[in-house]
Ligand binder design. Structure first.
Ligand code: ADP
Ligand code: TRP
Length: 331
């Protein structure tokens, strides 16, 4: 039997090429080797997004984005967290095995408290229970599906470790392997994708290149990437250039070698380097953009895909909850 890979995608904004190269592509790569279960973590997004129209739009766009990027819903169980009520039953059960102290140590909560304290506010100002108990819901997402590996960004490793701790506490108490203990996998091979201003591309910095932006806008954004003031004639070091770093993510090995040579030779200005970058990015993204538009134009089909995923997911989830209830004496 194949091992299970599971990951959640929080629908908190429009997907950008940092998400694509850093999360979507590596996760799709894993589907070749694992039984993949990928879901839209809409209840996690509810902690921060209270505008219903915005949340609904984000859920659709992120789901359509994964499908457009190549997720095959027949091969991967693809669903919305909110369609799996067993998640919330398991969350309640896991709460009984989660110490409050563990939650106090979660990075997101700690950061909020530190910011509040630094500003002289009440330490818990603006902290809702969804944020405080975030790792328990995430543990339920993971444990519910007997996940072996959880591909995540570095910032999420602590949460997966908490899921391990909680599952182990349950197994220890009942002296049997009631729950599968998961492992985080971090894709270290993918560099941090730089944004337009050279910092990490992130929606919180407003420096992103949206994944499905129209061709004209894509070119405009790429031409806006900040560079140094080296003139055309000067030889340039590809290894320290953000533009080349982005180029490597979309170009073939031969193309990379050829362009690195032109950088080192001199005679190529940043404008030309950006046009080359636009060419390879647009080449890869054009089919994705077309698929994305087609999926967004057929909401009934998108809903049906997600509903079918939920239908396949629920029996697996129900079996985990039943196993736990039996072990707990709540039959
Ligand atoms: P953002 O920083 O824009 O809010 P998220 O935190 O929602 O992005 O990230 C979703 C996923 O995309 C995570 O797995 C994260 O590791 C990955 N990711 C986001 N930005 C980048 C980036 N610039 N480079 C590589 N991976 C990224
Ligand atoms: N917390 C994750 C993030 O912010 C999203 C997420 C929710 C998740 N549940 C999960 C990731 C379960 C992996 C497994 O990116």
């Amino acid at each position: 039997m194949k091992k299970v890979a599971l990951t959640g995608i929080k629908p908190t904004g429009i997907l950008h090429i940092g998400n694509y190269c850093g999360a979507i592509k590596p996760a799709l790569e894993l589907t070749k080797e694992y039984d993949a279960r990928y879901f839209i973590a809409d209840y996690h997004a509810l902690n921060s997004i209270k505008d219903p129209k915005k949340l609904a739009a984000n859920i659709r766009e992120v789901a359509a984005g994964w499908l457009a990027a190549g997720l095959n819903p027949d091969a991967v169980i693809f669903y919305r967290q909110s369609s799996i009520p067993e998640t919330f039953e398991l969350t309640t059960m896991l709460m009984a095995f989660t110490s409050k102290g563990l939650m106090n140590r979660a990075h997101a909560y700690k950061a909020a408290v530190q910011d509040n304290t630094a500003q002289g506010d009440d330490p818990d100002a603006g902290v809702n229970m969804g944020l405080f108990t975030y790792p328990v819901l995430m543990a339920a997402d993971i444990i519910l599906f007997d996940s072996d590996v959880v591909p995540v960004g570095r910032d999420q490793v602590q949460h997966v470790e908490m899921a391990q701790d909680i599952a182990q506490a349950v197994n220890f108490n009942y002296k049997q392997d009631v729950l599968k203990v998961p492992q985080a996998v971090v894709q270290d091979t993918v560099a941090v994708v730089p944004g337009l201003d050279g910092r990490k591309m992130s929606k919180s910095y407003g420096n992103t290149i949206p994944l499905f932006t129209p061709e004209k806008q894509l070119r405009k954004l790429i031409l806006r990437i900040v560079t140094n003031s080296q003139v055309v004639e000067e030889p340039k070091d590809p290894e320290t250039s953000q533009i080349f770093l982005l180029y490597k993510l979309f170009a073939s090995v031969e193309e990379q070698g050829a362009l690195a040579h032109r950088y080192r030779e001199g005679g190529m200005g940043w404008g030309e380097a950006k046009e080359e970058l636009f060419r390879v990015v647009n080449r890869e993204l054009t089919p994705l953009r077309n698929r994305f538009e087609a999926i967004m134009a057929d909401p009934a089909k998108l809903d049906a895909i997600l509903a079918q995923g939920a239908e396949r997911a629920r029996p697996i989830a129900a079996a985990t909850v039943a196993r736990f209830r039996k072990a707990a004496g709540i039959d």
